[in-house]
Write a protein that binds this ligand. Structure first.
Ligand code: NAD
Length: 390
């Protein structure tokens, strides 16, 4: 059985799906690992290290794609690459199945089995495969480090012979995995931290990190969706959050915002007036940028300076910490592979709730109902457009 490791092709992507240190468990099962030359260089995995770990390193990307029975990736490769995959092959990675289902159509047509890291159920047994949490942890950390680098102020309180410098004030919106790591990082740097989340359960976690939790009376509505995620809120409930954010922004040196609702565009929580209320030199990091952002001024992927406030909208912060992000991701992937590889052979049992939850398509059939519906809609739009052109 062949396993392929590609050099990621997305712009700015420097992570790799598996590192040399990940290969031992696979090679000892008799799996032949083919690695594209340079695949891990930016993530601390040299070609020589892969070769030493038992892999064959080659520049022939096409041959890796054509031979792979298993293809762990960070991002789904493009259409041309998908077109070279073997029917029955298994591909695992961040597939964006709810955001860009159409981008998987070629692999599905070729009867490839697709597992999406985004859809791994958030149950205890699957925690070691939770790549969303791994990457959110890295992003939360890096957002604060980047903000600290740009802020023309110090984070900690300093008492010196030249006088006292007050600590920076950091406001974290969305206290999930990324938000909690942002809070912990800002606290370690000595900032005073406040945080807001719609889930009441987040309050205790925020306080346990030494930050202040800002409560908003949402009138007792249900704010919890399934699996630890937030529910989508009404405009009225969102407005109460927006009011609190506008008030708190005026007093914050840094805002790190992470609020998301799975499968939906990120809630717009930060008004233009909130940004205008921040002091010049302040920094806002919108970690929800890939889902269009929490701030109404956010332009995903573009850094703006608005009235002296720097607004960052990074699309892939984990890739800027490629070595450790890849280490965590590779462990998540390896743990997932443990469910589908038995004694060196592929064995996919969709009776396993983790596999069933993460499976987008099995041997060419979309099995995730939400993805199947989105694909159907995309295909009918495509065929209507085709008929109109004809
Ligand atoms: P996420 O990235 O979907 O959202 C980030 C945060 O934004 C969440 O805390 C959410 O409540 C918050 N949010 C959404 N809408 C908001 C709004 N209008 N205003 C303010 N905040 C808003 O979520 P996540 O960080 O991936 O996970 C959320 C939670 O899920 C975690 O904190 C944890 O409790 C739970 N979780 C459980 C497991 C598990 O294995 N059981 C694994 C990971 C996370």
């Amino acid at each position: 059985m062949y396993l392929g490791i590609l050099k990621e092709s997305a712009v700015g992507e420097s992570r790799v799906a598996l590192l040399p240190e990940s290969l031992k468990a696979l090679v000892t099962q008799g799996i032949a690992v083919n690695v594209q030359s340079g695949a891990g260089v930016a993530a601390g995995g040299s070609d020589a290290a892969y070769a030493e770990a038992g892999a064959t390193v080659t520049a022939d990307r096409g041959a890796i794609l054509a031979s792979a029975d298993i293809l762990p990736v960070v991002n789904a490769p493009g259409e041309a690459d998908q077109g070279r995959l073997k029917p029955g092959a298994v591909m695992i990675g961040f597939m964006k199945p709810l955001d860009e289902p159409g981008a998987l159509a070629t692999a599905i047509e070729r009867k490839v089995t697709l597992f999406s890291m985004e859809l791994v159920p958030r149950i205890s047994r699957a925690q070691s495969m939770d790549a969303l949490s791994s990457m959110a942890t890295v992003a939360g950390y890096k957002a604060v480090i980047d903000a600290a680098g740009l802020l023309p102020r110090l984070f900690p309180m300093l008492m010196t012979a030249a006088g006292t410098i007050p600590p920076a004030r950091v406001f974290v919106i969305g206290a999930g995995v990324a938000g909690l790591q942002a809070i912990a990082t800002a606290r370690r740097l000595g900032a005073v931290v406040e945080a807001y989340d719609v889930r009441a359960a987040a309050g205790e976690q925020v306080r346990s990190l030494g930050a202040k939790f800002l409560d908003v009376d949402l009138g007792g509505i249900n704010t919890e969706g399934g699996g630890g995620y937030a529910a989508e809120l009404s405009e009225e409930a969102l407005d109460r959050g927006r009011d609190l954010i506008t008030k708190t922004a005026a007093n914050s040196d840094v805002i790190v915002t992470t609020a998301q609702v799975p499968g939906r565009p990120a809630p717009k929580l930060i008004r233009r007036t909130a940004v205008e209320a921040m002091r010049p030199g302040s920094v806002l990091v919108d970690l929800a940028a890939p889902a269009s952002g929490n701030c109404e001024l956010t332009k995903p992927g573009i850094t703006q300076i608005i009235g002296g406030v720097t607004l960052l909208a990074p699309m892939n912060l984990p890739a800027t910490v490629a070595v450790d992000a890849s280490k965590l991701y590779a462990r998540n992937v390896l743990n997932f592979l443990g469910l589908i590889v038995k004694k060196g052979e592929l064995s996919v049992d969709l009776g396993d709730e983790v596999l069933a939850g993460a499976c987008v398509a099995h041997e060419g059939i979309p099995v995730n109902p939400r993805v199947a519906k989105l694909l159907e809609a995309a295909q009918s739009t495509h065929s209507v457009q085709g008929k109109e052109r004809a």
